[in-house]
Design a binder for this molecule. Structure first.
Ligand code: FAD
Ligand code: UDP
Length: 370
């Protein structure tokens, strides 16, 4: 008899498995329908021996010391600050848009102060900033919105930015200085031996039994357990009773090239051309030295594994209906990006899982002696 059946070996499921086993001494079986642990953060050596991320580029960044301290039990870190270029009007320019982006694109030599005025002259006032179009147009105007955001967003989401909540494009700021880092968090780094190794360390405990290639549907009746933590898509748990929640998918095309370097930075975005959104070159992230280089092209798609919850009001309303069912489900906890239907980064999921552990710990009280 297991104390916990945990569904999904991504950050949400793995952090909870680790806490419940190590802190409460409980017996955990962690199942995932994929052939590996790590969820979307899974990385592996490809055929050429280059470390790649199977499900697209994962860069760790956070402002939380507590989350860094927690994960640092399972990995050391390689400091890495992420930089991204966007291919716009035939040039590779920094995104987030900054002083160099504008000077390069328009052949200007503005100062930061002048750029502020330049943006202000182009920004279109929006009384109530609700959508992903409003956020950008109200800050920098329609022309830059069209060049950098509209096409990329339509490709990535299959929706116009005017149909998406503001939080989507608000992830990418605009700057008037020359800071070309994608993130400004206080801690930015990659697990030194990769994400998969970090997960393996996290799950290396005699009370944790990991079972891959195992779907919850197939094992829930055959694995004896007292309680469940579910980190898969919430609509699937309830057999899509109220209809499907939209999750956006991606098709990843992994390629190895016989050159040492393909592009100047880890990620180049394609907001105006191409069917893919971005190309990632992993060696920039990992620091690996290798005569070849491996890349991933991301092709957004409506079909396939669920990767992104789609932030818009009607989807949130549908999620709330499922959430009400989830609250009434005895002995089942719903945690993670798919189960709580939120566009969360890895650090936020670690924070959410640690908070869930504290709630469980408080609710269940002192664990029964082994
Ligand atoms: P997941 O990692 O999705 O894990 C859920 C697991 O549950 C999956 O492995 C799935 O197979 C399993 N599962 C689902 N249903 C079942 C079932 N019925 N039975 C068995 N197993 C099941 N975050 C960052 O902080 N930085 C980044 O740079 C970044 N880049 C990203 C790039 C892409 C392309 C994507 C898609 C996401 C990115 N993220 C990034 C977000 C990050 O992937 C998530 O925040 C994090 O992986 C969520 O962890 P999770 O455990 O909630 O979900
Ligand atoms: N975005 C864009 N152009 C870009 C980069 C981002 O329009 O060059 C928009 C797009 O809608 C994207 C969102 O901003 O989905 C968030 O970007 P981020 O890089 O955070 O996406 P993620 O890494 O989560 O896929």
């Amino acid at each position: 008899m297991y104390d916990w059946l945990i569904v999904g070996a991504g950050f949400a499921g793995s952090v909870l498995a680790e806490r419940l086993a190590r802190r409460r001494g409980e017996r955990v079986i962690l199942v995932d329908r994929r052939p590996h642990v790590g969820g979307n953060a899974y990385d592996r050596l490809d055929e050429a021996g280059v470390l790649i991320h199977q499900y697209g580029p994962h860069i760790f960044h956070t402002n939380s010391d507590a989350i860094v301290d927690y994960l640092s039990q399972f990995t050391t870190w390689r400091p890495y600050e992420h930089r991204v270029l966007a291919m716009v009007d035939g040039m590779q320019v920094p995104i987030p848009i900054n002083l160099d982006t504008i000077n390069c694109l328009y052949g200007l030599s503005l100062t930061s102060e002048e750029l502020e005025a330049w943006f202000a002259a182009r920004a279109e006032p929006v009384a109530d900033i609700r959508t992903s179009e409003d956020v950008v147009v109200s800050a920098i105007g329609r022309e830059l919105y069209e060049k950098f955001f509209r096409g990329y967003t339509r490709k990535q989401w299959g929706l116009d930015p005017s149909e998406l909540d503001r939080q989507v494009t608000a992830r990418v700021p605009t700057r008037t200085d020359r800071d070309d880092r994608y993130f400004t968090d206080t801690f930015q780094a990659m697990p030194a031996q990769g994400y998969t190794r970090m997960f393996e360390h996290m799950l290396d405990h005699p009370n944790i039994h990991v079972m891959t290639n195992a779907d919850f549907r197939d094992v829930r009746e055959v694995i004896p357990h007292r309680r469940v933590i579910y980190t898969g898509p919430i609509d699937e748990y309830f057999d899509f009773r109220f209809g499907r929640l939209p999750y956006r998918s991606l098709r990843f095309v992994h390629v190895t090239r016989d050159v040492a370097q393909h592009q100047p930075v880890a990620v180049v975005n394609y907001p105006q051309t191409e069917a893919y959104t971005r190309i990632t070159e992993y060696k920039h992230l990992t620091g690996q030295e290798h005569p070849k280089t491996s890349l991933t092209y991301e092709y957004p798609s409506a079909e396939g594994d669920p990767y992104y919850p789609v932030p818009r009001p009607e989807n949130q309303a549908l999620f709330k209906r499922y959430e009400r069912l989830a609250r009434a489900e005895a002995n089942v906890w719903f945690v993670g990006r798919l189960a709580t239907y939120r566009y969360y980064n890895m650090d936020q999921i670690v924070g959410q899982a640690l908070a869930a552990f504290r709630r469980i710990d408080a609710q269940l009280g002192r664990p029964a002696p082994a």
